[in-house]
Every structure is written in C-alpha cells, then in structure tokens.
Design a protein around this ligand. Structure first.
Ligand SMILES: Cc1ncc(COP(=O)(O)O)c(C=O)c1O
Length: 394
C-alpha cells in the first residue's frame, strides 16, 4: 500500500501533526550546519567523566537495580533524592513525585489522564511546540493567553477564564520560556496562582530551564506558592544530559497516582540505567557545581549571540533579551516568511526554527526561534553572519 493509501486510515489525532520536532532532532551534529534550532544543552559541558567513573566503579555492584525494570513511579531511592533536591526544605513527599521518560512524557501523561477531545487548554502564545503537539494529539481545544517579556499576563488570563468553559489546565513555562526566553515576574506568579485557586484551575508548570538563570535570583515556583493547584513538570535534559531521557512530575498526590496509572499504558517505567545515573549524580553533590558552569557557559553564549544579532540583523528586526535558558525570539518585518526561507538557510549552513509551530493556529510567519546553547561563541559569530545574509536578501 502506498503512503497515500495510509493517509485515509489515519486516526483524527494523527492527521495534521507536524514534523517540526523530528526536523529539529535530525540536525543534531549535522555536518556543515551551525545549529541554532534545537533546545540542545552544550555538549562540551556534559559530565562525561562523572558518568565514566561511576559506571566503572559502581555499576558492577548496582547492576541488579540499574539494569533491571523499575517500579512504574521510579526507583524509590531516586524519588527521595529528587524530592530533596527539587523542593529542598519544603517537605515534598516522594509519593507526590513520578519519574518519567523526559519532561515530554510527563506532559503526555497529563494529557492522557485529563483530556477528552474538545476539552479546553490554555497556553501562552507562543509556547513550547512539544506541548502543543501533545495537546493536539489528544484533540484539545487550545486557547492562547497573551504574554510579554514579564511572562503570562494575569489580566489576559482573567479574561480567558471569564469566557468559555473552565479549561482543564493552563500550561505555563515561567522561567526562561521556550521559545521567547521570558521570565515570569514574582508579582505575576502570585496573581496567577490566586486566579487558579479562585477558578479551580489546574496549572501545569514546566520548569525545564528554571535552574539556568545567568544571574540567579529567587523567584518562587508556582508549585511552591500553591501546591494544591499546580503540577510541576521537570527534566534532567537541560541540566544533566538528554541522553538519559528522564524527567518528573510532582503535584497533588491523587493526580500523581492517576499519572502513574497512565504510565502503565505508556512505557511502564523509565529506563533504570538513567535513573541510577541521575540518582548517583544527585547524591554525589556534583549538580551544584555543574549548574554554576552551565549558567556561566550559557550567559557567555547569549552575550555572543546578542553581539552577533546586533552586528548582522537590520533595524527591521527585534529580539528578546533572555536572562537565562537557551533561547531568543526574533521578529522580522510583517512580510517575512521564516518557514519559506528554510531551504536557503540549509544551503547557507545555518539552522533555526520558524515561529509558526509555536502558535496553536500556526498563523504567525515573521518570527523565528534561535537557541544559543549548543554552539560556541565562534560558531555563533559565523552563524549570525550567515543568518544576516539570509535575512537581508529578499
Ligand atoms: C519547555 C520544555 N519542556 C519540556 C521539554 C522536554 O524535554 P525532555 O522531554 O527532553 O525532558 C523541553 C525540551 O525542549 C522544553 O523546552
């Protein structure tokens, strides 16, 4: 049967899903390309020596745990180390913590557990395209809430809550948002959880980049402000390495129980070897110093990116100024179509993600997301030169 033949057999939820994530992942290590596309952590700071040493020295005695299936909710010892690290001093119980196969699986489990076709979901616009893919995959009705450089706008959230049915959830990335890099202000955090409590709204707080402020500043997580109405989704992908495909969800224990049940219907348990490595890493005390290195690495890369964009993009372009994380969001003149420019970008040897798939309606064409995390300052200088060439010629 031809591909066309299968098209007519597709489930509704599979039709119309984009290939953007696969396209991004296919560019990891692509020869000749300077890749500003994926939210990839810097490979040069992966804790390779730690992994080598712990495997050589400890895997022999740990093999019955590390190489075996694990409980669906994750290894008890990892959950207690993780609970201690995530909410240090805040008394989270391991029973309200589920270990997942990456942050993306935590989002999938939330969808599987909470969403029937047509259910309403609120998101910032623009937002993480993996989350949009998950919500679309469960046939949600996705409504957007305005956001600016201070993050999600509480007044716009109040309007969205006043009209239409109660959303099943609000998805928000408060810290160094993907794709804009915005950082939700502390006062807005308080306003947003107050609204959630008033309306009985569940907030899904995605903290993928929370630890990666260039200059750390204490902004409370939404979970810490309102653990009764927030489920927090985290990942080791950005702070350890994505090769472990390990994340977590923490929130009200009855909801975590339902997510754990849903995981039985997914991969049944996250990989034991990755869980064992992550636990060893947390217990070794190496994460704190590693985060210090990561913050200064990403701060230096952002500085190089800011310099490159200023040198090579014309006055008709503007971009956000992140204070942490991996991304800046570039806006060009209204006539620009950044998706249409992709083939030329590939021939010039520079990759980015066009902005449209970060919007549920895919209706904004003059924006692009640039990641500065996985390229060196020298590559950033050359990559922005190529970007300037691409964007300055009609
Ligand atoms: C905001 C956000 N959430 C979640 C994820 C998922 O990460 P992973 O599935 O690798 O843990 C990403 C990855 O790009 C992200 O940017």
């Amino acid at each position: 049967m031809t591909n066309t033949g299968y098209e007519v057999r597709l489930a509704r939820r599979a039709a119309g899903s984009g290939d953007e994530l696969s396209a991004i992942l296919s560019l990891v290590n692509a020869p000749g390309q300077i890749t500003f596309s994926g939210g990839f952590p810097a490979p040069d700071i992966f804790p390779t020596a730690f992994v080598r040493d712990v495997v050589l020295e400890e895997l022999g005695s740990s093999a019955p745990v590390a190489l075996q299936y694990t409980p669906t909710e994750g290894l008890a010892s990892l959950r207690s180390a993780l609970a201690e690290w995530i909410h240090s001093g805040q008394g989270v119980s391991p029973s309200s913590l589920l270990v997942t196969s990456g942050g993306i699986e935590a989002l999938q489990l939330l969808c599987r557990t909470l969403l029937d076709p047509g259910d309403r979901v609120l998101v910032e616009a623009p937002t993480y395209l993996g989350a949009l893919t998950a919500f679309n995959g469960f046939e949600a009705r996705i409504d957007t809430v305005a956001a600016d450089e201070e993050g999600l706008d509480p007044a716009a959230l109040a309007d969205a809550l006043a009209s239409g049915p109660l959303p099943k959830l609000l998805y928000v990335i408060p810290d160094f948002q993907n794709p804009t890099g915005s950082w939700l202000s502390t006062s807005r955090r308080h306003e947003i959880v107050a609204l959630a409590r008033r309306h009985g709204l569940l907030i899904v707080e995605d903290v993928a980049y929370r630890e990666l402020a260039f200059v750390p500043e204490d902004r409370p997580s939404l979970w810490s402000l309102a653990p009764d109405v927030v489920v927090q989704v985290g990942t080791f992908s950005k702070i350890l390495f994505p090769g472990v495909r390990l994340g977590w969800a923490t929130g009200p224990s009855s909801l975590i129980g339902h997510l754990t049940r849903a995981k039985q219907n997914s991969d049944q348990c996250a990989g034991g070897l990755g869980q064992w490595l992550a636990e060893s890493y947390l217990r070794s005390g190496a994460l704190g110093p590693q985060l210090t290195v990561a913050r200064s690495t990403y701060a230096a890369r952002w500085e190089a990116m800011a310099g490159g964009l200023a040198a090579h993009l014309g006055p008709e372009f503007s971009w956000t100024t992140p204070r942490g994380g991996f991304f800046t969001w570039v806006t060009g003149p209204p006539s620009l179509d950044t998706a249409a420019l992709l083939p030329r970008a590939a021939s010039l040897g520079v990759a980015y993600v066009p902005g449209a798939p970060f919007y549920p309606q895919r209706d904004v064409h003059n924006t692009l997301r640039i990641a500065f995390s996985a390229t060196t300052p020298a590559e950033i200088a050359e990559g922005t030169r190529r970007l300037g060439l691409l964007l300055s010629t009609p």
